[in-house]
Design a binder for this molecule. Structure first.
Ligand SMILES: Nc1nc2c(c(=O)[nH]1)N(C=O)[C@@H](CNc1ccc(C(=O)N[C@@H](CCC(=O)O)C(=O)O)cc1)CN2
Ligand SMILES: Nc1ncnc2c1ncn2[C@@H]1O[C@H](COP(=O)(O)OP(=O)(O)OP(=O)(O)O)[C@@H](O)[C@H]1O
Length: 195
């Protein structure tokens, strides 16, 4: 097996194991709590996230509460949540405003995306991880969308990977194009950067 086949096999294995995770509900609740506490120290008003697929953790309930918290604080600027929309030509992602009940349509991968809402520019990005390793490196589905988006975005948003404890890959070897995440949260807390 060459490197790319190995990566593909690792991805499939991680996704399978994630779909079969026995204590999913409890771990999701734990990660929701970790996210909410982590967000208290941030002053962002535009956050990018994702619509969960293939057993990914759902970041939207915690973010919706973060948005409501902002309304209670009567901040001058309304908090906003964006979901990724793939730019097929460039292979990058744009973020469109999302709110509960927002009209949605499926993208080329069959993932729901906001239908014709405004493009917003997140200063903080929650990034789904199929797997993650030390140093903030992440494994995605192999599209390279996040790497290309992060290379292109100016200024680069603060990036926070989300994954489960079991998705940590001990001997993960990053490739030259891999852009490390600024932080990683899992159901046990902040696992990167190590303090
Ligand atoms: N929830 C979610 N939304 C997201 C992403 C993501 O990782 N998670 N993306 C992040 O980029 C973008 C979509 N990228 C994707 C890229 C590939 C596949 C996929 O299903 N690929 C095939 C083949 C993989 C392979 O060649 O190994 C598969 O997994 O069956 C899905 C989404 C934008 N939206
Ligand atoms: N900045 C970049 N410019 C051009 N091509 C890139 C860039 N980043 C990644 N790629 C290409 O994208 C492909 C997939 O990369 P990789 O396997 O790291 O994806 P991934 O991080 O798992 O997926 P994703 O980011 O979509 O979740 C690679 O073949 C790589 O050459």
């Amino acid at each position: 097996m060459d490197k790319s086949q190995q990566k593909k096999a690792l991805r499939a294995q991680l996704v399978q194991r994630r779909l079969a995770m026995p204590d999913r509900l409890r771990r999701c609740e734990m990660l929701q709590r970790v996210m909410r506490i982590w967000l208290v120290n941030r002053s962002d008003t535009v956050i990018g996230a994702y619509w969960p697929i293939k057993g990914e953790f759902d970041p939207l309930p915690a973010l919706h509460r973060w948005k409501e918290d902002g309304e209670l604080l009567e901040e001058p600027q309304l908090r906003r949540i964006g979901l990724p929309v793939v730019d097929k030509l460039r292979g990058t992602l744009k973020f469109h405003a999302w709110f509960p009940g927002c009209p949605m349509e499926e993208d080329a991968f069959g993932i729901p995306k906001p239908k014709e809402t405004e493009v917003i520019v997140p200063t903080l990005l929650f990034v789904p991880c199929v797997g993650y390793g030390s140093g903030g490196y992440r494994l995605g589905y192999g599209g390279g969308f996040y790497d290309r988006t992060l290379t292109a975005l100016e200024p680069k948003p603060y990036t926070v990977g989300l994954g489960f404890t079991q998705d940590f890959v001990m001997d993960f070897e990053p490739e030259p194009h891999d852009v490390p995440l600024d932080a990683i949260l899992n159901d046990q807390g902040v696992v990167w950067p190590i303090r």
